[in-house]
Design a protein around this ligand. Structure first.
Ligand code: GAP
Length: 514
């Protein structure tokens, strides 16, 4: 089995074993692509959400946050284009009976071409050392040029066929490329069909006059329909942003990657309203700003890359993904979209209400353009969790599993451990918990030998362990053990709050986004 698959399996089982993520309604055998966040997962998820909210809302004078309802008037989704165009092209394999997204099959094929080109580049880098000129090599090496131009041609053809609704050509492309079912190798495909991803539901008690609704497939529309309410009541001046976090629902065709692609998930979105004509400047600004936010978490700059879209959504004039190196390769983590005035204009048209801004400098009304940043909270969770989970071999040859979560996001900041369960040590440890809990999530653990307790906290991602021993009774000092280095310091109880705060405070982590 490929190593990547092993790593991913390990991530899923660790998330379950240590109380981060459980399958939804597991006692009934679960529900496909729906998950519950457990006691530690809920804390980690909340911390990621707060880290985003502070960076976007608290740190930007011109961005405010809202919390719109999941259920919206159904015309919202007609106006936004979701009723007519929020479709995925699906294809079934006749032998394995498995369903796939036709565009994803083709994109995966192209990703392999990209990887082959990358391999050639790395080989050449090793061969030429410091003298290596990557740009020149990419432009002139026959194999690399072939791989990349083939990729470009395929993606362009797919984009054109999908845009024009030519699903026969999408199938023809799959056949020409000899793409097989990745699990069985079968190339026996059905036709490609469009499938709308919105979940329907009903409002009202009596069936005959119930109203057909949709569960929102994105949080963004809750922002657009409130644009004028917020602008007026908040006296917002362009450029300004409206942010929100919340649940979204999509009846995904292929949902086999744990919390990467779920049917119920959470988004963290921000719509930035700008003067028409200035959208590209802000689009570039938000691409860079959002990348810096991700990189501030210290998971390794090499694990992020931009992917500029060839095929644009119906509302966009430019779009890029920030991709992350997940255990199954580079995939979309966040989308940054220049959405033009599509949404506000469409809501004007369908509602009959003006959604315009009066620009006092220009002395005229206009419909603002919008640059959107949209990141999946669950995907962020998977990115952080999977990169943090590490297996280490120690000097004595033993191994330890350590979840090196960015300490700002760790569910528990410190565990307080009495060395033994007697001599007044538990009581003293509890006093420390009582003191620290006003500022941090802390836990208390007295079960098992202290070495085992350390390992358990390592696996939970707890940055500090505080051990209370007999010396503590005499001089009010404790052992402070650091998760990542396993170094132990002797510190005063009175200094604990300051030391922990310096390591975990959001302020210190957010300063890295500057
Ligand atoms: N408002 C724009 C929008 O919704 P999107 O690219 O469809 O754009 C934005 O989604 C982000 O939401 C994605 O980058 C991803 O992180 C997350 N996301 C989308 N579908 C998801 C799913 N089924 N499960 C988990 N996260 C998802």
């Amino acid at each position: 089995m490929a190593k990547q698959e092993d790593i991913f399996k390990n991530v899923i089982s660790h998330a379950k074993e240590y109380g981060f993520i459980f399958p939804s309604s597991e006692i009934y055998d679960g529900l496909s692509a729906v998950y519950d966040y457990a006691q530690n997962g809920a804390e980690l998820k909340k911390n990621i959400r707060e880290y985003w909210w502070k960076a976007m809302v608290q740190m930007h004078e011109n961005i405010v946050g809202i919390d719109a309802a999941i259920l919206m008037h159904p015309t919202t989704w007609k106006a936004s284009g979701h009723v007519d165009a929020f479709n995925d092209p699906l294809i079934d394999n006749k032998d394995s009976k498995k369903r796939f997204r036709a565009d994803v099959l083709i994109e995966d094929y192209c990703e392999k071409l990209q990887q082959k080109a990358q391999k050639e580049i790395e080989k050449a880098r090793e061969r030429f050392g410091d003298a290596f000129d990557e740009a020149q090599f990419v432009a002139t090496n026959g194999r690399v040029v072939d791989y990349l131009s083939k990729k470009k041609t395929i993606l362009e053809r797919m984009a054109k066929s999908l845009d024009s609704g030519d699903l026969e050509d999408v199938k023809a492309l799959i056949e020409e490329l000899e793409i097989a079912d990745p699990d069985t190798g079968s190339k026996n495909w059905t036709e490609v069909r469009q499938f709308n991803l919105m979940f329907g539901t009903k409002l009202g008690a009596a069936a005959e006059n119930a109203m057909d609704l949709y569960l929102r497939p994105e949080t963004a529309q809750g922002i657009f329909v409130n644009f004028l309410n917020v602008q007026k009541t908040g006296r917002m001046k362009i450029p300004f942003g409206i942010a929100q976090t919340g649940k979204a629902f999509r009846n995904e065709i292929v949902a086999r990657q744990f919390i990467f692609r779920m049917r119920e998930f959470e988004q963290m979105e921000m719509q930035f309203f700008v003067k028409p004509g200035e959208e590209m400047k802000w689009y570039e600004y938000w691409k860079e700003t959002r990348l810096k936010w991700h990189q501030s978490l210290g998971l390794g700059a090499e694990n992020y890359r931009f992917h500029d879209h060839e095929k644009l959504a119906h509302y966009a004039n430019a779009a890029a993904d920030i991709e992350f190196n997940f255990p199954f390769g580079f995939k979309e983590l966040e989308g940054i979209h220049s959405r033009t005035d599509f949404d506000l204009k469409a809501h004007e048209q369908y509602s009959g209400k003006k959604l315009q801004y009066f620009d006092t400098e220009e002395n005229k009304n206009y419909v603002p353009y919008v640059v959107e940043t949209s990141v999946g909270l669950d995907r962020m969770f998977l990115a952080v969790f999977s990169k943090s989970l590490q297996e280490e071999t120690l000097e004595d040859g033993s191994t330890r599993t350590v979840l090196r979560l960015p300490s700002v996001l760790a569910p528990t900041k410190a565990a307080v451990l009495p060395l033994v369960k007697k001599d007044g040590l538990p009581e003293l440890a509890r006093e420390i918990v009582e003191e620290l809990k006003w500022d941090f999530n802390v836990s208390y653990d007295e079960k098992d030998a202290v070495g085992r307790r350390y390992r358990r906290q390592d696996a939970l991602g707890t940055p500090f362990c505080i051990t209370v021993d007999h010396q503590t009774l005499e001089d009010q000092t404790v052992t402070l053990r650091h998760r990542d280095t396993m170094v132990q310091d002797r510190v005063k109880i009175a200094d604990l709050r300051g030391i922990i705060n310096a390591e975990v405070s959001m302020r210190n982590w957010l300063l890295r986004t500057k």
